[in-house]
Design a protein around this ligand. Structure first.
Ligand code: NI
Length: 138
């Protein structure tokens, strides 16, 4: 059985219009109250940011949007993915429009290697957008 977590109350100040937007957003998302929504957001933020300073293994997904006509982006991407064959578990490629491709790499491995992979992809010419979501393996 999971040990009961001790809850701590604290005050937060924010602009009233931002709070209204937050309340509307959490209501639409189905959260019962602000505390539950904030806990969810804080856990997500901590998880998103903490992996970069870790030393162990992590897993996650790297999502990219690119124009497959741009330069040699398709060939370069294949080349990079072969270089990181030990980290990439699977690749999903979806043709979004005639030009645009959405590609998602499911990854696992060391923080060091996945940071290297992200940097390599983010600086590749022709890639419009790169998003990385990493989860710690606890
Ligand atoms: Ni495509």
């Amino acid at each position: 059985m999971k040990k009961e977590e001790k809850l701590v109350r604290f005050g937060v100040a924010m602009p009233s219009d931002l709070l209204e937007e937050f309340d509307q957003t959490i209501e639409n998302s189905g959260f019962a109250n602000r505390s539950l929504a904030l806990r969810h957001l804080v856990r997500q933020y901590v998880s998103e940011k903490s992996w970069e300073h870790d030393k162990g293994n992590v897993c996650g997904a790297i999502t990219m949007l690119y124009d497959h006509h741009s330069n040699d982006v398709t060939a370069e991407l294949t080349h990079i993915q072969h270089d990181f064959g030990g980290e990439i578990i699977c690749t999903t490629h979806v043709h979004i429009t005639h030009e645009l491709c959405l590609e998602t790499l499911s990854v696992r491995g060391s923080v060091e290697q996945l940071k290297k992979l992200e940097e390599t992809l983010a600086t590749l010419k022709g890639i419009q957008s790169v998003n990385i979501a990493i989860f710690k393996l606890i």
